[in-house]
Design a binder for this molecule. Structure first.
Ligand code: NAG
Ligand code: NAG
Ligand code: NAG
Ligand code: NAG
Length: 469
């Protein structure tokens, strides 16, 4: 009787550990470009709602200046302000390289633009993890001598569903990824074209909710839903533009006196040599809806001055205003890039999974705090960054805090070893071993479809080939 008692005590201690240890950490970070924080409140979004119930929701994410796509996506995976990670705009000029960079192509695949920082997918791999990336900006660029072990070369025409299916395959491969990043171009594109207040955008948001539903279903179908820590967020929000709110630079300064870098609403001005004073004084006070900063006078809280890729003069339009050279260009109905303290610029944030609390709501967080949070979930030592885990610790379930450094359970030695104890231990060990055997068999059976999938994949020539879909 005593033996049985001791045995069950021991099993009770060992079993929870055994069943937990089969589950490796899995983290999936998803960005829907330009998904403003309040979009979840304007049309029914049953899939977003379900994630909020099952996990945590932060009403608004305070993102970084400039509130554009590349700078903010790089912040999400580095925890650094733009002046520190070096991707200071969607378009840049580096006076030392004497080269330009553009999201649309020029210089984009040159590593040196990206290497002022190290993104999480690289750090994860250097620590022995495996990362997979489906179109996340910069994830198909060689950074620090490496690529994610699995990634898709950027191609905007690849459907969302295909991106999801790839990631799921990678999470189920024999050597699975443990960190995945997924990017989708909407609702940013439609937000620019129709404006955030348009009825067309309602349909786009409903469509994104369905896409999120597809992702949830695929995770469930493949028995990943309860193991994956899923984070859904974005790079920035969007605000409505007005055709009468136009600032025309050609009315204030001769166009041949400067080059402009990056687009409205925040424009870097590089005056031709010897013309700094003339350009600056022509622009200063030119238009009450445009701030004009010397680089060294950019407000501290933007953390946007200590980088040579930030131009000597910075123009910033007030919300809703556009900066153009003249009226010949295209006109958009929505834009972002403005002051990062405007709530219209703030993205959504929802997360669920074993690491997160359930049904918890928080008012706001800073996007730089996501990086230390993800490092914590993955059990990685974060590199120097501008975030703080303490600011977002309340999002985590207690379980995940205790499990952050998993260690095998070692039963304490009883003070008086006895025959009964030895027999109990032996029986216990036998039971644990047979339990483990059954458990391993169960897990293997569960993963059979995944293995079949994997075999099909490796029988295909090359990942890149496979992607010409
Ligand atoms: C920068 O490159 C341009 C050509 O793209 C060249 O005309 C110019 O002289 C270069 N400037 C410097 C400082 O090297
Ligand atoms: C208007 O500005 C564009 C650049 O935005 C320039 O290419 C074009 O020549 C300008 N047109 C006139 C009439 O100045
Ligand atoms: C942001 O982090 C970097 C890297 O640790 C550091 O050099 C920089 O000073 C930080 N910026 C601020 C405003 O703390
Ligand atoms: C991009 O994806 C589309 C759709 O899957 C495909 O038709 C096209 O060939 C791809 N382009 C490149 C350059 O791979």
């Amino acid at each position: 009787m005593l033996h049985v008692y001791k045995l069950s005590c021991w099993l009770a201690l060992v079993l929870p550990f055994s069943s937990g240890s089969g589950k490796e950490k899995k983290l999936l970070l998803v960005s829907f470009d330009g998904f403003r924080w309040d979009y979840v409140n304007r049309v029914p979004t049953p899939n977003f709602d379900a994630l909020m119930r099952e996990g945590v929701q932060v009403d608004r994410v305070e993102n970084i200046y400039v509130t554009k796509t590349l700078p903010n996506h790089y912040t999400l995976v580095t925890g650094l302000y733009a002046e520190n990670h070096g991707i200071v705009g969607n378009e840049m000029y580096d006076p030392i390289f004497n080269m330009s960079f553009s999201m649309e192509g020029e210089g984009f695949y040159e590593s040196r633009w990206w290497e002022e920082a190290v993104p999480l997918w690289v750090t994860n791999q250097k620590a022995g993890g495996r990362s997979g990336a489906a179109m996340w900006p910069g994830s198909d660029v060689e950074i620090g001598g490496t690529y994610p072990v699995r990634y898709l070369p950027y191609n905007a025409s690849v459907p969302f569903e295909t991106r999801v299916e790839k990631l799921i395959h990678w999470f189920l491969e024999q050597e699975p990824i443990d960190f995945g990043v997924l990017y989708w171009e909407e609702p940013d594109e439609s937000g620019h074209r129709f404006g955030p207040e348009s009825s067309q955008l309602d349909d786009v948001i409903a469509d994104i909710d369905e896409k999120l539903g597809f992702l949830r279903n695929e995770l469930k179908k493949n028995r990943l839903y309860d193991d994956v820590d899923l984070i859904v967020t974005s790079d920035h929000g969007m605000t409505q533009l007005f055709s009468e709110k136009i600032i025309q630079l050609d009315s204030y300064v001769k166009p041949d006196l400067y080059t402009w870098i990056d687009k409205s609403p925040v424009v870097g001005i590089l005056p031709k040599e010897g013309y700094f004073d003339e350009v600056y004084s022509s622009l200063l006070d030119a238009n009450p809806n445009m701030m004009v900063y010397k680089k060294e006078d950019v407000p501290e809280h933007f953390h946007y001055k200590h980088n040579i890729r930030i131009m000597p003069i910075l123009l910033e339009a007030k919300e809703g205003w556009s900066i153009v050279k003249n009226r010949s260009g295209d006109f958009m109905l929505g834009n972002h890039g403005y002051d990062s303290s405007l709530t219209s610029m703030h993205p959504v944030f929802i997360a669920r999974g074993p690491a997160f609390r359930k049904g918890y709501n928080k008012d706001s967080m800073r996007s730089v705090d996501l990086y230390p949070l993800m490092c914590h979930i993955l059990g990685l030592q974060p590199l120097a960054n501008n975030g703080s885990l303490a600011n977002v610790q309340d999002l985590l379930s207690e379980r995940s805090d205790k499990d952050s450094t998993p260690r095998p359970y070692i039963p304490a030695r009883p003070t008086e070893p006895s025959y009964a104890w030895a027999l109990g231990s032996l029986l216990g060990a036998a039971l644990v071993v047979s339990f483990l055997l059954v458990f391993v068999r169960q897990v293997t059976l569960q993963q059979l479809p995944a293995l079949a999938l994997h075999n099909r994949e490796i029988s295909q020539p090359l990942l890149q080939e496979e992607l010409r879909l």
